[in-house]
Write a protein that binds this ligand. Structure first.
Ligand code: SAM
Ligand code: SF4
Length: 335
């Protein structure tokens, strides 16, 4: 039983409530905006075991973290992921467990994931054109499996199923309204994500970025939208259709309007590093303490000190144009 108390507060008074937990850096896809051409994988012995993850989560929960999002790499590539979810589910104080996945293994795993205690799922789908999708993710014959995964997730009640779509100019920005129609027809939440320079191939450029404002303007040419109040700490802004249409649109403006001021996230990498902010290279090796016999109190104090140093926010960095060389590829930390 861990009784540690004291919230996780950074130097700007922001309090951590949500954990992004990367369970693996491995992935079966090679999305061009994410994976380097020749990824170097973290050796297996360096990856946290489920027991180690659960111990850190227990400590984080004792400090006020209540929601966990599993990510990667591809979280469904991690062996026995259901076992990991079950262990997290059994921790008193964990209120919600979600997962971001590429969807490839979802049809076969959805039932077991739900049974293990997963609450909801976000599936990444960047094109509704099979050939284009497969070009983006660098894999053949995968599109229909991802669609099957989305379908199955809904059938087993992994609600809400959300769709993550990274919009890149000249690649899939002509499909914004197609995604909106999918959302309305299937009552899905479509999350449009601004392209961020976390790409292992360094393909990002400002010209390829389609801003949230532009995405909204394009949607408004067809449908009137009502902007909903943003939940504190949320990375996105939600919009409803004024004509009462089903589904919803979420816009993630990490580049043009980042919400760093009330950020409530902390990240744990697959190899056991506390990463207070996605946009900063700062990381703190909690695994060494774990494996070195530290007590829960010592680990908690280490996390608290690490989190206190959390980076102010990304605005200044974006304005300076220095973002790209400073940050890591997305698959190593989980988005
Ligand atoms: N493999 C899973 C997936 O693709 O959903 C989870 C990990 S992935 C790194 C997490 C999210 O980050 C996905 O929705 C993915 O599309 C998004 N992502 C990856 N690279 C990105 C980039 N350069 N800019 C914006 N979003 C990105
Ligand atoms: Fe894999 Fe997800 Fe990165 Fe695509 S975005 S390469 S599916 S980790």
């Amino acid at each position: 039983m861990v009784v540690l108390g004291l919230q996780l507060v950074d130097g700007f008074g922001r309090v951590a409530r949500k954990l992004r937990l990367s369970v693996t850096d491995r992935c079966n896809f090679r999305c061009d905006f994410c994976m380097p051409l020749n990824p170097v994988w973290i050796p297996h012995r360096e990856i946290l075991t489920y027991e180690e993850m659960a111990r850190i989560v227990r400590i984080l929960v004792s400090m006020g973290v209540t929601k966990i999002r599993l990510s990667g790499g591809e979280p469904l590539m991690r062996r026995d992921i259901e076992k990991g979810i079950k262990m997290l589910r059994e921790i008193p104080g964990v209120e919600h467990i979600s997962m971001t996945t590429n969807g490839y293994f979802l049809a076969e795993k959805a039932e077991a994931l739900k049974r293990a205690g997963l609450d909801s799922v976000t599936v990444s789908l960047h094109s509704l054109k099979p050939e284009r999708f497969e070009e983006i993710v660098g894999r053949k014959d995968v599109f229909s499996k991802v669609l099957e995964g989305i379908d199955k997730a809904r059938k087993v009640g992994l609600e809400p199923v959300k769709i993550n779509c990274v919009i890149t100019r000249g690649c899939n920005d002509d499909e914004i309204l197609d995604f909106v129609e999918l959302g309305r027809a299937s009552a899905l939440v479509i999350r449009f994500i601004e392209y961020m320079p976390f790409d292992g191939r360094h393909m990002w450029s400002p010209e390829k970025l389609v801003s949230g404002a532009e995405i909204i303007a394009r949607i408004q040419e067809r449908y009137e939208l009502e902007r909903l109040p943003r939940e504190p700490g949320s990375t996105s802004v939600g919009y409803r259709f004024k004509d009462g249409g089903k589904g919803m649109v979420n816009i993630i403006t990490s580049m043009t309007q980042p919400f760093c001021g009330d950020c409530d996230r902390i990240r744990l990498s697959a190899d056991g590093k506390i990463v207070p902010c996605l946009f900063s290279r700062d990381e703190y090796d909690v695994k060494s303490l774990l494996r070195g016999g530290a007590s829960d109190e010592e680990i908690a104090e280490f996390i608290r000190r690490s989190y206190r140093r959390k980076f102010a926010g990304v605005e200044a960095l974006i304005k300076s144009g220095r973002v790209q060389p400073l940050i890591r590829p997305m698959h190593t930390i989980g988005g």
